[in-house]
Design a protein around this ligand. Structure first.
Ligand code: SF4
Length: 298
């Protein structure tokens, strides 16, 4: 929430101009001369440019936790248009879009239109499109799958049980994203470790074995909520208006509410559930993510 009394934290260290150069040699293996790194060539390359598991710690060590812009610059240079940021236009996503837009005008932005988003989210998407002069690729649920789900449980089946809620998330979110990720070599998320205990081990980069071993980036994994808002204020970026109404994590309208004092940041998601993981299935950790976190590289 962007309340006036939120203290301004110290921003992460600014990116040194030489940061990218400093990554090689001895750090990130150089991509110079790699075949197929031109944008046109990248379109025809499938899953050849992801990183082997045994190389991952070198990359994690080279980028560390606090150099998101260098990580994004490297990822764009390496993956081109087979890299996309997947965002629900929460605060972290806005920060990432701003960083990426300063790296390239040619960024791919993907969002999932579940059909149950708050009206404010659509308004924000329009605002962000204009602010950054970008296109947004909208993903939609498979119509027959959604119809079958609604036929079985009705439009609000998510309130009936955790299994029904997960079924709704699967059809409206997880399956559309899975289809989109098949055409990517890397994706960028706004995950942060202090958002929830389930995200506490999030590495800044990992092989996403749940999606074919493509690379999954979480450049802001080590950032605090305050650091995110500090960035948004400093750069005068647009943000979701529901934050000003006490929301701290914003998803579908019927499944999200504002939190109260003392509640965790994701307590407003599926608030009627107790004891469940506050996740929809988009970000289930894979074995290599766990391994990556334990290497100290993230
Ligand atoms: S957040 Fe709610 S409405 Fe949205 S996909 Fe999940 S269960 Fe369905």
């Amino acid at each position: 929430m962007l309340a006036e009394n939120v203290p301004f934290p110290t921003r992460p260290a600014p990116i040194a101009k030489s940061a990218t150069k400093a990554l090689a040699p001895g750090g990130v293996p150089s991509d110079r001369g790699r075949p197929g790194t031109s944008p046109s060539a990248l379109r025809s390359v499938r899953r050849q440019s992801t990183i082997d598991a045994h190389d991952l710690p070198r990359y994690q060590k080279a980028f560390g936790d606090h150099d998101p812009e260098s990580l994004l610059r490297w990822a764009h240079g390496r993956f081109g248009n087979r890299l996309a940021v997947v965002t629900a236009f929460q605060a972290e996503g806005i920060v990432l879009l701003d960083m990426l837009r300063r790296i390239t005008p040619d960024l791919r932005v993907i969002t999932i239109d579940t059909g149950r988003l708050p009206a404010e989210t659509y308004t924000l998407i329009d605002k962000v499109r204009r602010r950054f002069d970008i296109d947004v690729e909208m993903l939609y649920p498979d119509a027959p799958s959604l119809a079958a789900l609604m036929q079985r449980g009705g439009p609000n089946l998510f309130y009936q049980s955790v299994d029904d809620r997960l079924a709704c998330c699967r059809v409206r979110k997880v399956e559309p994203l899975n289809r989109a990720l098949r055409d990517l070599d890397a994706w960028i998320t706004g995950l942060r470790r202090d958002q929830s205990p389930d995200r506490a081990d999030t590495p800044v980069l990992a092989r996403d074995e749940a999606h074919g071993g493509i690379l999954k980036l979480a450049p802001l994994a080590a950032w605090s909520e305050e650091a995110v808002w500090d960035y948004i204020r400093a750069h005068k970026l647009p943000y979701h208006p529901l934050y000003d109404q006490g929301f701290t994590s914003i998803g579908c309208a019927p499944c999200t509410r504002a939190i109260t004092i003392g509640e965790s940041a994701r307590a407003g998601r599926w608030w009627w559930e107790t004891g469940s993981h506050k996740e929809c299935g988009l970000h289930l950790p894979s074995p290599t993510e766990t391994t990556a976190a334990s290497t100290g590289g993230a």
